[in-house]
Design a binder for this molecule. Sequence first.
Ligand code: ATP
Ligand code: MG
Length: 289
Amino acid sequence: MVADEPRFGDGGGPRDADGPGRQAGTDGGVAVDGEVPVIAVRGITKHFGSIQALRGVDLDVRRGEVVGLVGDNGAGKSTLVNILSGALQPNGGTILVDGKAVTFGSSLEARRLGIETVYQDLSLAPDLSVWANIFLGREETVKGPLRVFGWLDRRAMARSAEADLERTRIRIGSVSSLAGRLSGGQRQAIAVGRAVAWGSKVILMDEPTAALGVEQQERVGQLVRSVCENGVPVLFISHNLPQVHKICDRVVVLFQGRVVANLRPAESSVDEIVAWITGAAMGGARSGL
Ligand SMILES: Nc1ncnc2c1ncn2[C@@H]1O[C@H](COP(=O)(O)OP(=O)(O)OP(=O)(O)O)[C@@H](O)[C@H]1O
Ligand SMILES: [Mg+2]
């Protein structure tokens, strides 16, 4: 289910594609000659009444990258993801998909372009089964053996859902169980499995491992890397900084609605990332921005 975009070539990924990135730049992009980001934002602003959640955010996600998006509670991470996924509309700025400006009237419009999201609140329908949640809203997209004479084959969908979940290695029991009866970690696995199964352009994950045990967190980390290596970049939000440091090619730090740092884990420690998150790093480095 992973669609490739041949225009980007095989890229090789930013680990070896483009030398040292800009450290602590004021935007979330790193210039790579001739490569169009799969998804990018420029100057995104968003307010909720008097609360300014995003104050002119620039961010790029390129093919071959897992980009970490980190920041303190309330920094604006979920607001940005919700804008990229079409769930929220920005007050200003531009979203670019493959270099073309787009507007999303709804999350369905983003999903049609292959942008899949694991929302922080997971967004599962509690009264539907596990497999129905995985196929929720997909009726028009489902093709091939899952369709029998124009109808959706429920048993085949259940089997396919089992395979999607198997990849997360989180035990669900039966895919016929109601999502509302599952544990937080099991629900998280469904959301991750669903995004990985359907994301063909980019996958946005807003704290996909917050409810998971250590082994399962590790497994989701491996899944994120393998999805990315198979051609679908991932924007990964997490407060688990050692994991972010381990699996991400780049880490973008949001502080009070602004991008304050754009770091490469190969060149920055977890402590440095923490210093940007808390604002401690800003005094000294601001002059160099
Ligand atoms: N629907 C909303 N209505 C009003 N204010 C909101 C809404 N959503 C977010 N905010 C505010 O916008 C700011 C950014 O919130 P956001 O959820 O994006 O933070 P976050 O970085 O995802 O934090 P966390 O790590 O706690 O998930 C916060 O001040 C929050 O209170
Ligand atoms: Mg959030």
